[in-house]
Design a protein around this ligand. Structure first.
Ligand code: GTP
Length: 239
């Protein structure tokens, strides 16, 4: 069964917003159960899954600093928000019978293990889904960059960037019906172009210099995550 997998070990990057589902704020348990089911499907076929989640559904560092909170403090608050999300997703996955380990970039030991690279790899080898909470533990760094960094240090083959759109377009498809969807793109082009906002440039640069591919796909379409793992033609592959 493992032979059919195009990617054996991946980072799944989920935005904080995706945790809201249909809501305007916070966590939508129904949507998290949907996500957990999608993740279970790929874990079941032997994919080693690392999850990096944002925290924007609860608190966003940049927004907090615009409202007058010190930027570093606001970023730490955002990191805590990612741990909230990690705990919720861990709970949903475990309820579905998926074994998980939540590891955090800074110690919060009563709640989760600290991030230890070799231990995370061991968990993955044992088929456990590893959820990385707390970003990198450093302010001024996005969760996209966290995903790229964790992807590199955990030897992942691809970063699956879950979004609400079907891939990367030449223009905003909601504004221009002639917008063209790219099937593939180069990381170099994504890095150099101001119009292609897949991830922030530090994240793209890490992928570009270390040759990790990024797949942008629509997580809201059931089965898409598994299709991406099997190498089916969904979304946009950037490599
Ligand atoms: P193996 O060594 O491969 O068996 O891994 P394991 O994770 O099952 O072993 P361990 O005995 O370290 O962990 C058992 C449980 O305790 C798991 O659910 C871990 O997530 C949890 N755990 C381990 N270390 C910590 C920690 O520092 N803090 C918290 N909150 N939980 C921890």
């Amino acid at each position: 069964m493992g032979k059919t997998l195009k990617y054996k070990r991946v980072i799944l990057k989920l935005s904080g917003e995706s945790m809201m589902g249909e809501k305007n704020f916070g966590i939508d348990p129904d949507f998290i159960f949907y996500l957990a089911e999608e993740i279970k499907e790929i874990s079941k076929i032997g994919t080693e899954v690392v999850i990096v989640i944002g925290g924007g559904n609860i608190f966003r560092g940049v927004a907090g600093s615009k409202q007058g909170i010190d930027r570093t403090t606001a970023d730490y608050m955002g990191m805590l928000a990612t741990i909230f999300n990690g705990m919720a997703l861990q709970d949903a996955l475990e309820r579905k019978g998926v074994t998980t380990r939540l590891q955090t970039a800074f110690e919060i030991k009563e709640i989760a293990e600290p991030f230890i690279r070799k231990r995370a790899i061991r968990h993955l080898e044992k088929g456990r889904v590893v959820i990385c909470g707390g970003g990198t533990g450093l302010p001024f760094i996005t969760t996209d960059t966290t995903a790229a960094m964790r992807g590199l240090e955990l030897n992942c083959e691809a970063i699956l960037k879950a979004t609400s759109v079907d891939g990367v377009y030449s223009e905003d498809p909601s504004k221009n019906s002639n917008a063209k969807k790219y099937k593939t793109l180069t990381l170099d082009k994504a890095f150099k172009s101001d119009d292609i906002g897949i991830m922030d440039n530090s994240a793209i640069d890490l992928c570009r210099t270390n040759k990790v591919c990024v797949i942008v796909f629509n997580i809201y379409k059931k089965g898409n995550l598994k299709k991406a793992i099997l190498g089916e033609d969904i979304g946009t592959t950037i490599k």
